[in-house]
Design a protein around this ligand. Structure first.
Ligand code: SF4
Length: 392
């Protein structure tokens, strides 16, 4: 990487190269901060700071500002205060093994389960197929049962409070989607998503209707009727939440609340998030230690290309993929603050940090993969098979 930089900046002094690199990283940091601020204002979301005072136990991501905003969390706080039932829903498309970016959302689900929530996890293999991310339903089903669900169970969910379903195997979800689709209007969808984004309306309406069914499912009679629900998501999912709140009102259900989580940076830098479709951007939870080590070694950091300059000026942990990974998954509050300070003051260099990350990540992977093996024998106890008759 340094070699590329030197070739590109031939003729410039070491100080000039380091200065340009530092400024470009400062710009990335500024851009990221502005992005989340702007989104919060534009969508009218509230910061989570005030919640920290009222929650019996805030999540580690809330305390660190990684879960940074919410809509209507008050309904969940009220359910918690009154010891009333509530549910959390979050799913994903099975297109490959889970990675550390996915783990963030599942950590929030686990936190909510510990607070008393029933957890619903739709595995949208039908979506993977219709948008062309899987060649066939069979392929996406295989991925769901062999890769995704064992990993989810390995995180530590309790089977009695967890309902996982693979869309194409839980056909009742399609009856629910059919029923809710009556309330989806063209004007609402165009208003929320913008006409220009509806380039494949058939697929779009299909996905929309099934997603609505998944979000509102816990409020059906079969699961105890209307109740507060919450969805932990990335900010890009906001339009779907908005539509589901609109439909919930029309159907006398409680509009779902949501919390918004900042994406875990890609290993290639802060301009993208970890993505399952780009193996070099993420560490899969099924990666072997050698691959994980290589990915961390090649990861983008907030450090300087020159050790002497990094010792003098410090690094920029806010844009550093390694810091991001450690801060999200391995550091407690104190460790995160101390690592941040050491980096900013140039007291630690990237090589040392990467060594530490490699050891923490590989130990985690070995343990997680062992748990996955056991989880594969226990999938049935987590699968939802409740028939939905109330809408028939
Ligand atoms: Fe990132 Fe660590 Fe380097 Fe700082 S020292 S930029 S936290 S890898």
């Amino acid at each position: 990487m340094l070699e590329d930089m030197l070739n590109k900046d031939e003729g410039k002094s070491m100080e000039e190269i380091a200065e340009a690199d530092y400024n470009s990283k400062l710009n990335m940091k500024k851009k990221e901060e502005e992005y989340y601020q702007q989104k919060m204002q534009e969508l009218g979301l509230k910061p989570v700071d005030r919640l920290l005072k009222y929650l019996p136990e805030a999540s580690k991501y809330m305390k660190k500002g990684i879960t940074f905003a919410h809509q209507d969390f008050e309904v969940i706080a009220k359910a918690l205060a009154n010891n009333e039932p509530f549910a959390v829903i979050s799913g994903l498309s099975p297109t490959g093994p889970l990675h550390f970016g996915h783990k963030v959302v599942f950590d929030e689900l686990l936190w909510l389960q510990k607070l008393g929530a029933d957890v619903f996890i739709p595995i949208t293999n039908d979506e993977a197929y219709v948008v062309g991310k899987s060649k066939s339903l069979a392929e996406s089903r295989k991925c769901a049962y062999e890769e995704v669900i064992p990993s989810i169970i390995a995180f530590g969910f309790k089977s009695e409070k967890t309902k996982i379903f693979v869309d194409s195997d839980y056909k009742d979800i399609y009856n629910v989607a059919m029923d809710f689709s009556k309330n989806i209007t063209n004007s609402k969808i165009k208003g929320v998503f913008g006409e220009e984004n509806l380039n494949n309306p058939g697929v779009f309406f299909y996905r929309g209707a099934v997603q609505l069914a998944q979000i509102l499912l816990p409020q059906l009679k079969e699961f105890g009727g209307p109740k507060p629900t919450i969805i932990p998501v990335g900010i890009d999912q906001y339009p779907y939440i908005l539509v589901s709140r609109d439909i919930a009102e029309k159907r006398n259900l409680i509009p779902p609340a949501s919390i918004y989580i900042k994406f875990l940076n890609s290993l290639k830098g802060p301009e993208n998030k970890m993505s399952a479709s780009d193996p070099s951007s993420c560490i899969y939870l099924t990666d072997n230690p050698k691959d994980a080590e290589r990915k961390i070694r090649d990861a983008f950091t907030g450090g300087s290309p020159f050790a002497s300059i990094q010792r003098e000026k410090g690094g920029i942990p806010e844009v550093c993929s390694v810091h991001s990974l450690l801060n999200y998954h391995f550091y407690d509050d104190k460790e995160a603050q101390s690592a941040y300070k050491s980096c900013r003051e140039g007291k630690i260099l990237c090589s040392e940090c990467k060594k530490n990350a490699t050891s923490l990540v590989t130990n985690y992977l070995i343990e997680h993969q062992e748990k996955m093996k056991k989880a594969k024998k226990n999938i049935k106890s987590f699968l939802l098979d409740t028939p939905i008759n109330s809408i028939l």
